[in-house]
Design a protein around this ligand. Structure first.
Ligand code: ADP
Ligand code: MG
Length: 250
């Protein structure tokens, strides 16, 4: 492929929301004609005040919520109404907020369950691949998930999501409950994934740390885009504190 194609490929939008209206009941729509794109191999950071609809974006993309109107596209294809299982098979993985492991089961067993839809012959090598990426999980493979530290549990959740080699990783507030040092490790790992070609769409309240590893930042306000800018630009904006760290988006 000629080299001049590359810039076109790397800026391609993998995820496209086009005037998406979605919510939890017909009377109360949370996403209000939301339009945004997320590009291949980038980390797109969703920020904004509590209740702005950030988690709802991820749930809509993963098929937990079906848009009332508007279209959600993944790799150019409309995916409205597809189930999470179908979307997982197409390459979308979701790591929700909070703890999402089987606490009484071992690290290895948690991984096995994450790969339950894989052909049997693929499961073992894929688990090995994840354990290669997370040496700490390999050391603790036989231990109950509940005995892992918060950071290790987050690694396990991410590792489990990576078993299917997703094209997109959706991750909601990965740093919650982690020390700044461990959160920084998780962020670096996400940056590494994106650099290796996985598209990441992340919700994160820790705006400054999130921006540092992200390519693009989208601030939501009442289910609409309030700001859509390169992350580095926003990080160095003298108004950042006032805009995002002191409460609602101006
Ligand atoms: N399962 C649910 N049922 C009804 N309302 C919900 C549900 N989840 C979230 N909401 C409401 O939707 C709005 C947006 O929520 P959410 O997307 O979680 O916001 P954010 O992640 O930006 O804090 C909030 O007003 C919240 O109360
Ligand atoms: Mg949320």
């Amino acid at each position: 492929m000629p080299a001049y194609w590359m810039p076109i490929l790397v800026t391609e939008s993998l995820i496209q929301f086009d005037r998406v209206v979605a919510g939890y009941s017909p009377a109360l729509m949370i996403l209000n004609a939301l339009t945004f794109n997320a590009r291949v191999g980038e980390i797109t950071l969703l920020i904004g005040p509590n209740g702005a609809g950030k988690s709802t974006v991820l749930k809509t993309l993963f098929g937990i919520i079906t848009p009332r109107t508007g279209t959600v596209r993944f790799a150019g294809e409309v995916i409205n109404g597809k189930t999470p299982r179908a979307l997982l098979a197409e390459g979308i993985a979701f790591v929700p907020q909070g703890r999402n492991l089987f606490p009484a089961l071992s690290v290895f067993h948690n991984l096995e369950l994450g790969g339950i839809t894989l052909p049997r012959a693929l499961l073992k090598p894929r688990i090995e691949e994840v354990l290669d990426r997370f040496p700490r999980l390999r050391e603790r493979a036989g231990n109950q998930a509940s005995t892992l530290s918060g950071g290790e549990q987050k690694q396990l959740e991410i590792g489990r999501a990576l078993l299917l080699r997703p094209k997109v990783l959706l991750i909601d507030e990965p740093s919650i409950g982690l020390s700044p040092k461990i959160a920084a490790d998780v962020f670096q790992m996400l940056r590494g994934l994106a650099d290796a070609g996985t598209t990441v769409l992340m919700v994160e309240q820790n705006v400054r740390s999130g921006l540092k590893i992200s390519d693009r930042a989208i601030a939501l306000e009442m289910g609409k885009v309030a700001v859509d800018r390169p992350a580095v630009e926003l990080l160095h904006d003298p108004n950042l504190n006032r805009l995002f760290l002191g409460g609602a988006v101006a």
